[in-house]
Design a protein around this ligand. Structure first.
Ligand SMILES: *Cc1c(COP(=O)(O)O)cnc(C)c1O
Length: 365
């Protein structure tokens, strides 16, 4: 029996090469390990063409730690962040600002509607206290793609700074720091880069980071301090996630071999199309309009059976070797299936078959 295929967008299914890269113990003072960190950071920066203007600051922890660190470091104590919300991750970003005791406002749209540039412009015109805007690139709670370029354009035109949570899009959807104005872009090792969980990173505008000294409310989450220390010593402050970095190095090598961002997007798009068509044949409909669906994770309406319960579907499909993700919507009963990870159409086809068999067994089809 092979290991289960994770159709959950992080942690996700990683390749054997990525897993075996974790079989070495690295010393945190070791020159070889410092080179590994520096090389990974250079590659991450290059993926968004940011070498001229930005720097990459890695941070231990899950992706949320990096979001919280980016805000805590780059939003001045008396700044105000407007968060564009159309799902759980937008809400989480706003909550992080609240917890650190800084000013926050939200601009909310429905979960099936992308954040709207015109509404953003109106809100910014209305509230001059807003210094920064936070947006979620792909809102993973539904899979919706927000119009990054148009939103960034409004933010820049109205003289504000932009913080982007691109956690579930980085590496697959195109991002170009030479034309997209942002102060921070946040992602993690264990999504479209297909690494393992344990570290996030922030691509920060160098000038903004240099000016951010003393902003952070937290010692361990101070990205300015992390960056300055790393520049000086080549080392992480505090214990680095050595195996996670080694796995990410291997994952990035495979990313480049595959053909980088365009190739990754093409594979995920093929996965997504096959998934949507396959489940449509099982009478399962996607929650989003295809025009706003990112090829990262798809939310499906639950089978219209009175006995439907996600847990039963989960167990039936899990038994066949596939791990589904629960829905994250409050109003409608849904479940989610990820298109990302070291999987292709073969695994997606098998997953569709497993879901079909599971539904038959449960008497829901
Ligand atoms: C995965 C993800 C995060 C981070 O979640 P963690 O569970 O902390 O890793 C943040 N934002 C988005 C949009 C995500 O998809």
């Amino acid at each position: 029996m092979r290991e289960p295929i994770l159709l959950t967008p992080g942690p996700l299914t990683t390749s054997l090469k990525t897993k075996t890269a974790m079989l070495t113990d690295w010393g945190s003072w070791d020159r070889g390990f410092n080179d590994l960190t520096a090389g990974v950071c250079t590659d991450l920066l290059d993926i968004v063409h940011g070498a001229e203007t930005h720097v990459c600051v890695p941070l231990q922890g899950s992706g949320t730690f990096a979001v919280e660190a980016a805000i805590g470091t780059l939003l001045p104590r008396h700044g105000k962040l407007l968060v564009l919300v159309n799902g759980a991750y937008g809400k989480r970003m706003a909550r992080a600002v609240e917890v650190m005791g800084r000013q926050v406002a939200i601009l909310e749209s429905a979960e099936d509607q992308p954040s709207d540039p015109q509404q953003l412009a109106a809100r910014l015109a209305q509230d001059p206290a807003i210094t920064h805007v936070g947006i979620i690139h792909c809102e993973t709670s539904t899979g919706i793609l927000n119009p990054l370029a148009e939103l960034a354009d409004v933010v820049a035109r109205m003289g504000r700074k932009l913080i982007i949570d691109s956690m579930s899009a980085f590496g697959a959807l195109p991002i170009d720091a030479r034309s997209l104005p942002f102060d921070a872009l946040i992602a993690s090792a264990n999504k479209c880069l297909e690494g393992v969980p344990g570290m996030g990173f922030v691509i920060a505008r160098k000038s903004a980071l240099v000016e951010s000294r003393g902003n952070s409310h937290s010692l361990s989450m101070d990205l300015h301090d992390q960056y300055v220390y790393m520049q000086k010593t080549g080392q992480w402050r505090f214990t680095p996630p050595t195996h996670v970095i080694a796995a990410l190095r291997a994952a990035l090598d495979q990313y480049h071999e595959e053909g980088g961002q365009p190739a990754r997007l093409a594979r995920y798009t093929a996965n997504c199309n096959m998934l949507v068509e396959g489940l449509r044949r099982l009478e399962l409909k996607p929650f989003l309009d295809p025009a706003v669906q990112a090829p990262i994770i798809v939310t499906f309406h639950a089978p219209a059976h009175p006995d439907y319960h996600f847990h039963s579907l989960y167990e039936a499909v899990r038994e066949k070797g596939f791990v589904l993700y629960p829905g994250k919507l409050t109003q409608v009963e849904t479940f989610r299936v990820g298109c990302i990870g070291a999987i292709n159409e073969a695994e997606i086809g098998q997953a569709v078959a497993a879901i079909g068999e599971g539904l038959h067994q449960l008497g829901w089809l």
